[in-house]
Write a protein that binds this ligand. Sequence first.
Ligand code: ATP
Ligand code: MG
Length: 583
Amino acid sequence: MKWSQFFIPTLREVPGDAAIASHRLMFRAGLIRKLSNGLFAYLPLGLRSFRKVESIVREEMDATGSLEIKPTVVIPGELWKESGRWFSMGDELLRIRNRLDADFVLSPTAEEAFTALVRDELNSYRQLPLSLYQINTKYRDEVRPRYGVMRGREFVMKDAYSYHTDDASLDETYQAMGRAYRQIFKRCGLSVIPVRADSGAMGGSGSEEFMVESEVGDNTLILCKECDYAANVEKATCKEVGRRKEEGGSVLDTMPSLEKIATPGIHSIADICEFLKCDVKSSIKTLIYRTNNKDIPFVAVCMRGDIEVNEVKLANLVDASEIGMASDEDAKRLCNASFGSLGPVGLKSMPIVADLSAAAVPVSVVGALEDGYHYKNAVYGRDWEAWKVADVRTVKAGDLCPHCGGELYQKQGNELGHIFKLGYKYTKSMQVSYLDEEGKSQIPTMGCYGIGIDRTLASIIEEHHDDKGIVWPMSVAPFQVLIVPIKYEGAAKEAADTLAAKLEALGAEVLLDDRNERPGVKFNDADLIGIPLRVVIGDKGLANNPPQIELKKRSEEKNQLISLENSAEMIYNEVRAGLACPL
Ligand code: ATP
Ligand code: MG
């Protein structure tokens, strides 16, 4: 392929809204252009790499035995009403209406579409397990699309869905998908951190997220310095230290008795601890949350003073899809006290959730449910009780690993892929069934497995670039070899054309910079678009005996002079070596 006949609009300027390297480089190297907020067009060079990532994903999916299908992107709203997500998903779901006034959604994910297809075809246990996938456009009306294609509104996802007669069969496919994902990311030259989430709302089912480290990552990862514990902060737990209620009566008896003290004008945890000269770890703060579970419209949450609530854990615990802090007016109406004076002693107007940390404080300072007063020496199990004692804390760096007790630290990361045992959530709500060996009707269990193609591509650039441009791994490079004649004329032109033809005949993907530009411009562009092997052909080298050309890897500083004769075979061997070892 000749550069002049390809469309590579490279740029020197960086778009103002490009905050991360991959976003800047995808623009500058002419891989993408923005159509609108969160909507991008891939240009020819970008699309070549995009297709390569897709192919790697497709090969590894096929190798698991999953079968590719191609449903539509526009999905009947009816199916989403059946699953309930039409109502629960919120504004990320783009709902549309056709000329007959029928509801549709632009698929943000496809559990409903796949499950509806399977429901219509599934009769017997003999058809299971069944694993299907697509590599297809998704649309999510993200509130804040950002970082280019990392978080767009329209993107391409590989999503697979599997259906099984039992947990063992689901686990087999889940494990195979996990292995395939590791292989996909390895082939793309990506270092991923698999983050297991062994507990969750789905009840004992498994889930694993594949994260890449990123300063601007949307996920906080909690990792252990001593063992391989890694969890998303939404799910992370830690070892609790301190007294527990189960320690029982004799401990309670030795505690000093509850004491009410005037604390005029003191509202914050920091101020009350300062006033009473006590450690923040012996204080308990009480927060009130609103929930959309109509059985529990409000819930009080008690946390040790220095620990923050994890709203994902809390929402799961109270079985709500949305929660938020109640207003001060709500607090006054329900508790007769404002925010700074809330506490669990005598609180009857709503259920209390005590975080494990709060139940573990031996004697604590708490608000007295009366403005201007606090209690000293409040003891859980003696002075107050909770509806539920559970882990609803946000784990942070410095907490202790739940597995080995080692110190936890945190990193920011981006999710590239997710595998998930869904269980019966969709197969039940959408009434999928099959007949088992005894002719009895059964509901299949289900798994789902997603990878974002665009985000994977952007992450490859995040991991493989320098200050001059992209440094593509061979496996996903838009072209494998870039031939740069210093001047595309005379002997250099002839040598370049011949080498390109030979390399292409061997099977290499070659871009030939035939532009009439200064060498400096060509070299800068070469570094920017990041083709793994660069061959420079100039009259000087060709005048040597035997004639020589220069070969340079994009990932290395040094270059080598090689003999023009047999150079095609030698360069092609480098291509093959690069393909075999992407990292
Ligand atoms: P995130 O927490 O980043 O929003 P998610 O949990 O919503 O991700 P899933 O629903 O698990 O993501 O989707 C599977 C994959 O699709 C993600 O791992 C990611 O690679 C990709 N993906 C999700 N949202 C976007 C987006 N807005 N732009 C690009 N890729 C996305
Ligand atoms: Mg999301």
